[in-house]
Design a protein around this ligand. Structure first.
Ligand SMILES: [Ca+2]
Ligand SMILES: [Ca+2]
Length: 351
């Protein structure tokens, strides 16, 4: 071809001086194409990773939802078995069994916690009693006075980041003021006038709590107290905002709550309660409200107020954690199990 002039249509290529130019052009085009191809392949790879992630997430979500459904089913089945609730029952043991078998990929861990074993914080005010038990009269759950004393004892149980009784009293009164509908300060409390004077002002709720986390807004409630630190537990694990009957289940309540039930109860009594109720042989006895009176070492003169204790629960926390490869999804629900074994979900959230 050298030396000839090529004509192709209207295009005229002169090989000699322009040959280098043409080669450069070809190389540039090829380079450009390679960049485009590489870019394309990179975005394809990213899209593939995204697709895998999306699939993984969908698998995790479905698995966690199945876990919640399993938790609900176990709670319903339990209601048909008997009229009481204890830590020896299937619902309480679910957390010891990772559920791998029903899922082709990953595993699910379901945990059910009895919220009626916790301190019902909204019962610090009369509204909880009046609102949740219309017409139930004086027999309906603990009174605001009993709740205040119990809350004080709980704070002073040694389990939480509380310095002294004065600090505990301040917190009890501040929480009461946060909940009660009026704007009158309790002796050691704080109402909206205090919160409005803060750098970022807000008002007291003056109503019942819907989430335990809201307590962080109350004067004196530190993160260490609410969520714990290396040495102390967090109050949030021992408190519930959902309690239909305002009674604490002695079959499931953790040690600090048992200790707070009555000022005559000692730490040794609490140990005896916990030792008895975790024995499989005690199972049948836990269906009687007075079982604690028959345990070894129980002081005969202590009879707990039946407005304060119960052996049957209706509010539960159900959580399901699904894991697959390095990923995890957790769904948490708080539910009320009505007497007809129906479950009403207070709230559900996914993390
Ligand atoms: Ca039961
Ligand atoms: Ca108030």
């Amino acid at each position: 071809m050298s030396g000839k002039i090529l004509r192709t249509g209207g295009l005229c290529l002169r090989p000699a001086g322009h040959r280098g130019m043409a080669l450069l052009l070809v190389i540039s085009v090829i380079s450009l194409l390679m960049v485009v191809i590489m870019q394309f392949s990179r975005s394809m790879r990213l899209a593939l990773v995204e697709t895998v992630r999306y699939q993984e997430r969908a698998v995790l979500e479905a698995a966690a939802q199945s876990g919640i459904a399993i938790g609900y089913a176990v709670l319903r089945a339990d209601r048909l078995l008997n009229d009481y609730d204890s830590l020896l029952e299937n619902w309480a043991k679910l957390q010891d069994q990772p559920l791998a078998a029903p899922f082709s990929r990953g595993a699910v861990q379901v945990r059910i916690v009895d919220l009626d074993g916790r301190f019902p914080i909204n019962w610090l005010i009369e509204q909880a009693r009046a609102g949740q038990n219309p017409g139930a009269g004086s027999d309906s759950g603990l009174t605001p006075e009993q709740a205040r004393e119990m809350f004080l004892r709980l704070l002073l149980s040694g389990e939480f980041a509380i310095e002294d009784e004065a600090q505990a009293r301040d917190i009890v009164d501040a929480v009461v003021d946060w909940l009660d509908s009026n704007d009158d300060d309790s002796p050691y409390g704080a109402e909206s006038s205090y919160y409005e004077s803060l750098e970022k002002p807000y008002q007291a709720r003056n109503g019942m709590l819907e989430f335990v986390e809201e307590l962080a807004l109350v004067r004196g409630m530190t993160p260490e107290l609410l969520y714990g630190n290396d040495e102390k537990s967090g109050l949030a694990e021992y408190i519930t905002v959902h309690s239909a009957k305002g009674r604490i289940n002695i079959n499931t309540a953790p040690a600090p709550v048992l200790l707070a039930l009555d000022d005559r109860i000692s730490p040794e009594d609490v140990e005896n309660i916990i030792a008895f109720r975790q024995e499989e042989t005690s199972s049948g006895r836990l269906g009687e409200l007075s079982w604690y009176q028959g345990i070894p070492g129980w002081p005969g003169d202590i009879v707990l107020d039946t407005r304060v204790i119960t052996i049957a629960s209706s509010a539960f926390l159900v959580s399901a954690e699904a894991t697959y490869n390095e990923s995890r999804i957790q769904i948490t629900a708080e539910v009320n199990r009505a007497d007809n074994d129906r479950l009403e979900t207070f709230y559900i959230r996914m993390d």
